[in-house]
Design a protein around this ligand. Structure first.
Ligand SMILES: Cc1cc2nc3c(=O)[nH]c(=O)nc-3n(C[C@H](O)[C@H](O)[C@H](O)COP(=O)(O)OP(=O)(O)OC[C@H]3O[C@@H](n4cnc5c(N)ncnc54)[C@H](O)[C@@H]3O)c2cc1C
Length: 437
């Protein structure tokens, strides 16, 4: 049996972030994924300010992600049909972007490799067991590895969680866990001017509190999809039938343009959003769950890339601080970070999600957020996680609002190449300012 100080299972954003931070802290890390990168991941590909700041800290350069596209405003359409634009600050970094997960995740794995992690692709972890002072990890085609810690970043279905017998029931208490949301995604090419440039969210009355989206990608492409909450009026099994009807709705068809063509089949995947009841640690603290494996996505929007990156970082910090001999301390440090920083925001998101369930709630929310110029700018920052969601209710985090008006790569991104990361105008202005400054 071979050994590694830490095995990270899953090389999506959560696992790549954990492996990078651990390797940079001088740890011996094995990052294992059953897929070969680049690989697709069913996702909207939208990146919030919170995610972008984590990516910047990891050393990602937008230039290294081929399908990167900066975004300078979000447009929301209320159930009444009213559209409101929410602009991001024009000259203070990048607040929102879209990048295909195929490209983004491969770039993150490369960063982990360069940081010193050993990357094993194309091999699945088949079992994890608690062996007291270590954890035994069985890797298909590789053999058993003894590790002091395992970071389980293995996504929604988390085979590590199941292997340790930590299965959780579904929200209604019956059957296997299927996630809080279910979402559809399809790539389109040949889209019209609006879909090629605007980040659009439609609050369709029948989808609430879910929504449909079109997120712009370079080359006249867009990531288009919709998500619904499990247990609502629309059953997940009727989503496939609803999809063509949704795309044919006049405002959506007009937005995508007459020449838009699907360039791949649609895909669906669940989204887990219940970090408050999901096990965050197992095997006495030697296994820490991060990202979707910890059900860390935002309960209101279903966004989870930022949450995956940050929980990966927190788990890495907890392990580095606790050291090999103190797994219970590692678990405590990690659980405390999640309880202090993630759970208040998740709670507020869940409450707001209830408001958005009703068309009148969604209509009033969009109208109130768009009532004034200042309100629109503040709402854009809040929606895209430039500051913690529940910051008002958590005074100890008020200082974080000081940096809310600053996006990622605000001080010189180290990506000066002129190859366009195909930014919106706001980010273009930043690039000019950087070149001149
Ligand atoms: C349709 C849809 C749209 C979404 N849109 C957005 C969005 O626009 N913005 C946003 O922020 N979030 C979005 N999300 C949520 C986001 O995709 C997830 O929260 C995010 O991918 C979580 O990252 P992760 O690293 O935890 O898990 P994943 O990205 O799922 O990575 C898990 C990794 O574990 C690997 N793995 C699994 N089992 C094993 C095993 N046995 N052995 C080895 N490796 C294994 C997998 O191959 C995979 O690479 C969306 C989700 C869906 C379904």
């Amino acid at each position: 049996m071979s050994t590694a100080e830490i095995v990270v299972v899953g090389a999506g954003p959560a696992g790549a972030a954990a492996a990078t931070h651990l390797a940079r802290a001088g740890r011996d890390v094995l990052l294992v994924d059953r897929a070969q990168f680049p690989r697709d991941k069913c996702c909207g590909d939208g990146l919030t300010t919170g995610a972008l700041r984590e990516l910047e800290a990891l050393g990602l350069r937008p230039d290294d992600v081929e399908s990167w596209r900066g975004v300078d405003e979000a447009v929301l359409r209320s159930p009444s049909g009213r559209e409101i634009s929410f602009p991001f600050p024009a000259d203070r970094g990048v607040f929102a972007a879209v990048a295909r997960r195929r490209d983004l995740d491969a770039a993150l794995v490369e960063i982990a490799r360069r940081a010193g992690a050993t990357v094993v692709e194309g091999h699945a972890v088949t079992a994890v067991s608690d062996a007291g002072d270590h954890v035994r990890v069985a890797i298909d085609g590789v053999g058993d590895v003894a590790a002091r810690y395992v970071v389980a970043a293995d996504g929604m279905w988390s085979p590590v969680r199941r292997s340790l017998g930590l299965g959780v029931p579904d929200a209604d208490g019956a059957g296997a866990y299927l996630g809080e949301w279910h979402a559809f995604r399809q790539y389109f090419c040949g889209v019209g001017e609006r879909a090629a440039t605007e980040l659009m969210v439609w609050f369709e009355p029948d989808l609430l509190p879910g929504y449909a989206w079109s997120f712009p990608l370079p080359g006249g492409r867009a990531n288009v999809g919709f998500g619904i909450q499990r247990g609502g009026a629309i059953r997940t099994r009727s989503m496939a039938a609803l999809w063509p009807e949704l795309l044919a709705r006049p405002h959506i068809a007009a937005f995508l343009g007459p020449d838009a063509v699907a360039e791949s089949s649609h895909r669906a995947w669940p989204i887990p959003a219940r970090a408050q009841t999901m096990p965050l640690a197992g095997a006495g603290g030697r296994v820490l769950f991060v990202g979707d494996a910890a059900a860390a996505t935002d309960p209101m929007t279903g966004e989870g890339i930022g949450q995956a990156l940050v929980t990966g970082r927190w788990a890495a910090d907890a392990i580095s601080r606790a050291g090999a001999g103190h797994p219970a301390l590692a678990a405590t440090l990690y659980q405390r970070a999640v309880a202090d920083e993630l759970l208040p925001d998740a709670l507020l998101s869940r409450l707001l999600g209830r408001v958005l369930k009703l068309p009148i709630g969604a209509r009033l929310a969009v109208r109130a957020a768009g009532a004034t110029d200042l309100g629109r700018r503040a709402f854009a920052l809040w929606l895209f996680e430039a500051c913690p969601r529940a910051v008002i209710a958590t005074p100890r985090r008020w200082s974080s609002t000081l940096g809310a008006g600053q996006g990622a790569w605000a001080h010189g991104p180290g990506h000066s190449s002129s190859r366009s990361w195909d930014v919106g105008q706001g980010a273009q202005e930043t690039k000019h300012a950087l070149r001149e400054g």
